[in-house]
Design a protein around this ligand. Structure first.
Ligand code: DI6
Ligand code: FE
Length: 411
């Protein structure tokens, strides 16, 4: 059978030379004058370029022109697939119409549900693909995508199928989360319990049977689902062997993060209202704290997540875009690095760890997120002179190269 160009390329050994590596193993771990060798989609060697083993000197040589290389970025929390947009709503709010008024007129998250239900798979794929291309240009090689704008059997399955289809592209890996418990749909108005039962009895089993979700997520807030309903969902997920994660403590301290930790959640996300007791539970359970500065910024929040406590108890902090049409229309993960430092006061090193090694941990992936022998050959190349430049620069795009599974995508 004839091989594709990409397959031929990816099978060969490649030496990426003239590069400064930030391996992101325990922080930057900067290695100047380095080289990294890949075989197919894996890293097989890295070290000082002048110590390159003889067996690799005949391999294909690719100059990284003295630039910095990090692991491919990992965006561990997105709602990338949706119909329509909320641009007019955004403009209305700036013209003085309140969020509540907009919601009462059918706006807000439920307007996205309506638009998503109306869109077919090709339309959803096309619009998400465009947004994905921007994230990729900012260095992303792996991302998570949630459902949650279908809120019925047919449309939740539709969203997850589109997410899987996006992941079939060789240039990116997609991890999916089932977020049927994102909002209460109009069919169940004022009956969150009835809707959660429907999610657990009808949607989740179908999602699991079709292998469409890698994890189960929930929006645990008074405006969405309370702790009791969240726990019901978590125990149903556990029975299906699906890991859980949570949107928690974004608008209030509802106890969601602590509950999630008791189910060994992969991550608890947002966390502006997280308290010390919950931080301890997260630390004990190994639950990653996913910080979402794009939503904090867009909603003009004034309460920052308890970064000092997370540090003190050694909870790993990931940083993600939360890319969604309402609270974070973000298309660049690099920009989130800047926001995580300026708005949340993460150090530049913590912020970069948040989109690499801890982003991977938040998705339960141990084969990527660091530059190390045996890990995936997913790289981002940066036109910078110092690692902190990634946090310092506001806007623009410093990412000048992306390598996925050992194949240059942008270079
Ligand atoms: N938290 C968020 O920030 C988004 N969903 C969630 O649970 C907002 C989604 C939207 O407004 O469309
Ligand atoms: Fe979200």
């Amino acid at each position: 059978m004839p091989q594709t160009y990409a397959a031929t390329l990816s099978e060969s050994l490649k030496v990426w030379k003239d590069v400064t590596l930030l391996t992101m193993i325990n922080g930057y771990d900067l290695r100047a004058n380095a080289a990294i060798v890949t075989k197919k989609d894996k890293i097989v060697w890295l070290g000082q370029e002048n110590e390159l083993p003889a067996e690799y000197t005949k391999a294909q040589m690719i100059s990284c022109r003295g630039h910095f290389m990090t692991p491919g970025l990992i965006d561990c929390h997105t709602h990338l697939i949706y119909g329509g947009n909320r641009i007019e709503e955004f403009e209305k709010r700036l013209n003085g119409i309140s969020y509540t008024q907009i919601a009462q007129n059918g706006g807000g998250i439920l307007s996205t549900v309506q638009a998503t239900r109306q869109a077919n798979e090709a339309v959803l794929y096309g619009s998400a693909k465009k947004r994905l291309a921007y994230l990729q240009k900012s260095g992303v090689t792996t991302l998570e995508i949630k459902s949650g704008y279908g809120l019925d059997l047919k449309n939740e399955l539709k969203m997850l199928r589109v997410a899987r289809l996006l992941g079939q592209d060789d240039t990116v890996d997609v991890v999916t989360s089932f977020l049927g418990a994102h909002a209460v749909p109009p069919e169940f108005a004022d009956d969150p319990t009835g809707y959660m039962d429907f999610v657990i009895d009808e949607i989740l089993p179908a999602v699991a049977k079709q292998g469409l979700a890698d994890a189960v997520d929930v929006f645990c807030e008074p405006i969405a689902f309370n702790k009791q309903l969240t726990e019901k969902l978590f125990s149903a997920a556990r029975a299906l062997n699906l890991p859980v994660k949570i949107h928690a403590e974004q608008l209030s301290n509802s106890g969601g993060a602590k509950l999630a930790a008791s189910y060994q959640a992969l991550s608890a996300d947002h966390l502006e209202y997280l308290d010390e007791a919950a931080v301890k539970h997260m630390a004990a359970a190994g639950t990653v704290a996913v910080l979402l500065p794009g939503a904090f910024y867009t909603l003009r929040d004034d309460r920052v997540p308890p970064v000092d406590l997370l540090r003190q108890y050694g909870v790993p902090m990931a940083v993600a875009s939360d890319s969604n049409p309402g609270s974070s229309p973000a298309l660049s993960l690099s920009l989130m690095i800047n926001m995580a430092t300026t708005l949340f006061r993460l150090t530049p090193e913590e912020a970069l760890s948040g989109v690499t090694c801890y982003g991977a941990q938040a998705l339960g992936l141990d084969d990527r997120g660091v530059l190390q022998v045996g890990k995936k050959a997913d790289f981002a190349l940066w036109d910078i002179t110092h690692p902190a430049e990634l946090s310092y620069q506001l806007g623009g795009n410093l990412c000048i190269g992306v390598v996925k599974d050992g194949v240059p995508i942008i270079f």
